[in-house]
Design a protein around this ligand. Structure first.
Ligand code: PMP
Ligand code: GLN
Length: 383
């Protein structure tokens, strides 16, 4: 067996979702909404399945979606993108990340990452032969440590993998932080792979700024989006990549050998979705913000120390005051089996378990209000 991958177990999201199903707990662990996505987008896919071709679409994606991705970049970020040479459709952001990392990293290249980090980043980078250089942000403000970040870059740095809005920290990087990152990337002649799947789930009047929009960064950034997050359709696994032709080329070569393509009628429906009016996108963020506030207030009332959340659909909460003897993994198993509410241990987002946070858990709030209320009621009865 490959020694790099054998050091990783089954993903914490799968482990906790299985436990939630077994115990019939409310699943606030793995991040997915409990509604079925916008009815008009789903109807567009349904019509397509009956009436449009169900055979292999072009390798880079159906033209409708690639054009819609280019237009979306212009509409929200004033980025001029040529759909034919600068966009590609993937099987979710996960495949986009694989294609980017396997397409760009050569064995021995250094890759800068910000911890806590999403679970697939490290195994993919290490399997590609990259050498991870981790920099930590610390709660509750999760500010970028400028000196440590500068020290993580070297003449061997191939790229930084940046996730903003950031899972699980629920942080949106500030323009100043992005400017600092851009300067380092340029100074070290490196690239940035930008995981921006939560680009439309940002709160309190904050704005998401793609690193790609900063001066000199257009040709150095790869931008990744996902219909899973933007349309609450996680099971469709439709993602999209924007990058200049020189970067997209090695990434698309990887994509063609990984999966080649993605279901055409789901792609066409997402193309329709990306062209929805302004109210859809503002409504998505406003709806999630109300859910954030609802769950945060409920958890605080029980005695959790609830951290601020600027974006994503996750809120982190410390359980120090609840009198539980055990770490975050034990706590998540305990509340799943004994209180009927599932969450994710934040230590799962750290490379080194020895120095990870051990008393903070992540709750997903993209659920119906009644479900959030029931989850809070169950936890309140338990503690
Ligand atoms: N990146 C981050 C930060 C995520 O949270 C997720 C999934 N929740 C993904 C990538 C994967 O997205 P997809 O489901 O489109 O593969
Ligand atoms: N990104 C989702 C989360 O953070 C999970 C996706 C997955 O299970 N791979 O919970």
């Amino acid at each position: 067996a490959n020694s790099i991958l054998s050091s990783y177990g089954t993903s914490v999201f799968e482990v906790m979702s299985r436990l939630a199903i077994e115990t019939q707990a409310i699943n606030l662990g793995q991040g997915f909404p409990d509604d079925n996505g916008p009815a008009d987008v789903v109807a567009a896919a349904q019509e397509g399945l009956a009436d449009r071709p169900n055979q292999y679409p072009p390798m880079l994606g159906v033209p409708e979606l690639r054009q819609a991705v280019a237009k979306h970049n212009k509409r929200f970020y004033d980025l001029d993108v040529d759909w034919q040479t600068e966009t590609m459709v993937t099987s979710g952001a996960t495949e986009a990340l694989s294609a980017c990392l396997f397409g760009l990293i050569e064995p021995g290249d250094e890759v800068v990452l910000i911890e806590p980090l999403y679970d697939c980043y490290l195994p993919m980078i290490r399997r590609a032969g990259g050498i991870p250089k981790l920099v930590r942000v610390e709660p509750p403000r999760w500010e970028l440590p400028y000196e440590a970040l500068a020290a993580a870059f070297s003449d061997k740095t191939k790229l930084i993998l940046l996730n903003s809005p950031m899972n699980p920290a629920a942080k949106v990087f500030t323009p100043a932080e992005l400017g600092f990152i851009a300067d380092l990337v340029k100074r070290h002649d490196a690239y940035a792979v930008c995981d921006e799947v939560y680009e439309h789930i940002v709160f309190d009047g904050l704005r998401h700024h793609p690193l790609m929009t900063l001066p000199g960064m257009r040709e150095r950034c790869v931008r990744i989006g996902s219909a899973g997050k933007t349309f609450s359709l996680t099971g469709w696994k439709v993602g999209y990549v924007t990058a200049c032709p020189a970067l997209l080329q090695p990434i698309s070569k990887c994509h063609q050998f990984l999966v080649f393509t993605t279901p055409p009628n789901l792609q066409r429906a997402v193309a329709y979705g990306l062209q929805k009016g302004e109210d859809y996108f503002t409504g998505l963020a406003a709806g999630m913000q109300a859910k954030r506030d609802r769950l945060s207030a409920g958890l605080a009332g029980i005695g959790f120390s609830v951290q601020p959340c600027q974006g994503t659909y996750f809120v982190n909460a410390g359980f120090e005051a609840l009198g539980f003897a055990g770490d975050d993994m034990a706590f998540c198993r305990h509340i799943t089996t004994d209180a009927g509410v599932c969450a994710i241990p934040v230590s799962a987002f750290y490379q080194d378990q020895g120095t990870a946070m051990r008393t903070t858990v992540r709750f997903c709030f993209s659920k119906q209000d009644a479900i959030l209320d029931e989850a809070v009621a169950r936890l309140a009865r338990h503690f």
